[in-house]
Design a protein around this ligand. Sequence first.
Ligand code: UGA
Length: 436
Amino acid sequence: MRIAVIGTGYVGLVAACCLAKSGHEVIAVEKDKSKLNMLQNGMLPIYEEGLSDIFEHITKDKRIVFSHDLKGALRHVDMAMIAVGTPATSDGRVDLSQVNEVAASIAEFSQKPMTVVMKSTVPPGTGEMLLRRYFSKANADIEYISNPEFLREGKAVWDWYNPDRIVIGSSSRDSANLLAEVYDDIKAPKIIMDITSAEMVKYASNAFLATKISFINEIANLCERVGADIDDVAPAVGMDKRIGKHFLQAGLGYGGSCFPKDTKGLEYISLFNDYDFNLLKAVIEVNAKQRVIAVRKVVQALGGDVMGKNIAVLGLAFKPGTDDVREAPALDIIDHLCSDGAKVNACDPMAIENAKKILKNNGVKFYSNPYEACAGCEAVILATEWPEFLKLNWKAIKESMKPPFVLLDGRNALDRGVIVSCGYEYYSFGRRTKRL
Ligand code: UGA
């Protein structure tokens, strides 16, 4: 099939490349000139595991074209996938301006029947609104499908080929079947439903995963108070198949471009529809609290005041495997520590450049070498569980530090036995210092 993918963020670019690899003819449309320039010159503007191999392959075989010209692209394709950004506004609403702009252009430029597939995360009801506002008035017949993505950053290519399900929201069986054919090479149940329900599946999935994280974080906080160990509790709880073992890792909580935005977005949608989603409010609040608890643990361990203290923060990305620092817990923690007078050394294997753009004027020093970042510090916070941080020589690090050798394991990821035996004061979320 000839497909235009509009927007080359991590969702659009992964979709465009994987569709091309599956044999479709793809035109990827991008209006940002510098991004487009990179793509047209064989460079990827983002890092995604496994993407560069696919990109090299499909660009060499000329199975994908990159263009800024949406009008021109629409002349050549049978399907247009929208994958533009839907950022949050300051009050938590979802900013649909880019979606509206693209939908209006498709309606205006379409000259032959076409299927429009929405990959961007849009609030329930958006598809029906777009149909009413734009597509029902288009020059040509337009079928609209909601097809939410469940791609994790850093694992997006793997997730594309191995989804748990493909959700297709459509008012027409024929168009739903057409999209199912596009994904013919992907072995997963293809679930067909109405447009608004498909949109809700995306929000409900992210909100539920965020709920699991906040829930286990509260249990971890309680474990500390009653003397239980979250490393024993969480796996045993997760072994119940009705609960499931995933997303029960306690620590600093969720960040990134999706969970924070989508939980707040769903809260706003609830409010707008006259519904008080109390559980979701608590999930958001608990997540924000974990960062404050982390700072408090470090401040207390350093005698109640961090003024003039040197603290290393290892990990700036919101999770390992990405350079994305959006809503990353580390940034809030650094901001808090700096405003309390601490001197922070920040370290990350991939995210320093992005973090620099946000942490501008607070005197943070950036290091790519964790040993250098920790040298001379009184405390270290592990904020992102990069595999390279888990394998550090913690004994050597301790020897380069100053007392009281505080280590906050913000992701419960280190081998606490090793850490304690090195002589650190070890803090975590809900782990006992020694395991039975
Ligand atoms: C998430 C979802 O997992 C995807 O299915 C979804 O498609 C995507 O959002 C999206 O809406 O586009 P992503 O944001 O890439 O993907 O990251 P996750 O791997 O889900 O992790 C999110 C955050 O939760 C990270 O900060 C991670 O450290 C944290 N987390 C995750 C925990 O704190 N504990 C856990 O047990 C799991």
